[in-house]
Design a protein around this ligand. Sequence first.
Ligand code: C5P
Length: 295
Amino acid sequence: MNTHEGLSLPAAAKINLYLHVTGKRPDGYHLLDSLVAFATAHDQITIRPANQLSLVIDGPFGRGLPVSDDNLVLRAALQLRALAGIHDGAQITLTKNLPVASGIGGGSADAAATIRGLVRLWQVHPGLHDLSGLALGLGADVPVCLLGRAAYMGGIGELLDPVDDLPAVPLVLVNPAVAVATPEVFTARAGGFSPANRFPAPPSGTDELIELLNDGRGNDLAAPAIGLIPVIGRAIERIAATNGCRMARMSGSGATCFGLYQTQAEADAAALAIGQAEPHWWSVAGHLLSNIHDL
Ligand code: C5P
């Protein structure tokens, strides 16, 4: 599609390969050290030229998400329009393939794809406007989704150091059909803070990536999330029990968990097996992405 006919942009799931809570700001937001990458599973944003701004939501998880003014896609569009002094509209369709409120940044990825698409449609000059500030105002995960590259995330999500060429590890994403309220998980977190613990050097392949992730790097939000919603623990156990699973853990504040595999056939079989064992859960196979433009 060209900008005249409209634009179609994938909004890839983000995955926190590890996530350390390193501190807390006076305003209550938490400081993080996280390695964020993306997965091939994605929502889709389609944008067509129009006089008015409008949003339609469809797709398998579309019903869980009403079109309202606090929808991240509409907020992104309205705020970009105000920031750039644009008077045009756009007809936006969000095809919601990813579960809502699930730790894989679906809403954040949708907002980022909307910004990227409208910048093209409305010919906004990215250098003239603070798009990073706009992204952060929409949510702590929106800046990394707008960057669209794997990155170490610091601050509350605004300090990004891109990491190139993570291995395209085969994976499964599993959501045990529960939505999680991120603030509740942060509040339930007990104990002190963890140190930042970036990799000393980029991993050369799957084995090294998994070794580095197992070496004192985990998800500090997993224990509080499982405490609130025990079925997340069962999802991790189910993934860990599949053939060839090299690592199983939760992403973000949950409830979506991921498993890493050596081969795509193992990941595909795992997604199928979990889907059969737990027909109400969401379970898909794919692979890790360092750059969403490879989708
Ligand atoms: O920024 P976002 O809307 O994704 O965050 C949702 C909530 O999660 C925040 O209101 C805050 O309670 C919590 N949060 C946090 N520290 C972060 C990101 C989110 O405490 N770095």
